[in-house]
Design a protein around this ligand. Structure first.
Ligand code: HEC
Length: 157
């Protein structure tokens, strides 16, 4: 009797688990009422992260004086905000004003891999930003991860 009860509740838990997963997937879509909302969301995230990454790159190149506190602040922003654009790569959001090429929305497995590689690098930025030499190295590694995806999927002209 007890055994049976456990069996049923186990299956119930599995069913609840599956519906929760489906619900999360459905909500991610429903969070954007229109394709343009998704485009705006991801372009905004890229713009904010890109602005702070450019500040780090300027310090790494020496065109702006290195400032450890400012570098760490920008590094944390890049690391946090770069978590955001991916949920907005929803189907039907490939048209204007999106600037994509190579159809990333039809290659989401690849986009996921490239974004995970990026996030592995951005995670190291805050620690690296405390010292100019390590900042230079990590800006280089992160920039390469941006480029490897942009070369395939971002339309720049
Ligand atoms: C996995 C792929 C991928 C990675 C990694 C990536 N990007 Fe992008 N990025 C894109 C795509 C695709 C677009 C075009 C999005 C659109 O127009 O909807 C884009 C657009 C942008 C834009 C322009 C936004 C606009 O308003 O047009 C900036 C700035 C940007 N990325 C910065 C970066 C920086 C900086 C990094 C690395 C720190 C990075 N991206 C990493 C895919 C990526």
């Amino acid at each position: 009797m007890k055994q049976k009860f456990v069996g049923i509740s186990g299956r119930l838990a599995a069913v609840v688990g599956v519906s929760a997963t489906l619900l999360i997937a459905a909500t991610a879509h429903a969070q954007f009422a229109k394709p343009e909302d998704a485009i705006k969301y991801r372009q905004s995230a890229f713009t904010v992260a890109g602005t702070h990454f450019a500040r780090l790159a300027a310090m790494a190149r020496g065109t702006v004086p290195y400032d450890a506190a400012k570098a760490q602040e920008s590094a944390k922003i890049v690391d946090t905000v770069m978590q955001l654009p991916w949920e907005a790569f929803v189907p039907t959001s490939g048209g204007a004003p999106a600037k994509m090429k190579g159809d990333p929305l039809a290659n989401m497995g690849d986009v996921k891999q490239l974004s995970e590689k990026l996030l592995a690098e951005t995670a190291k930025l805050p620690g690296a930003a405390g010292n100019l030499e390590s900042l230079k190295t990590q800006v280089g590694a992160t920039g390469a991860a941006c480029k490897s995806c942009h070369d395939k999927y971002r339309q720049t002209n």
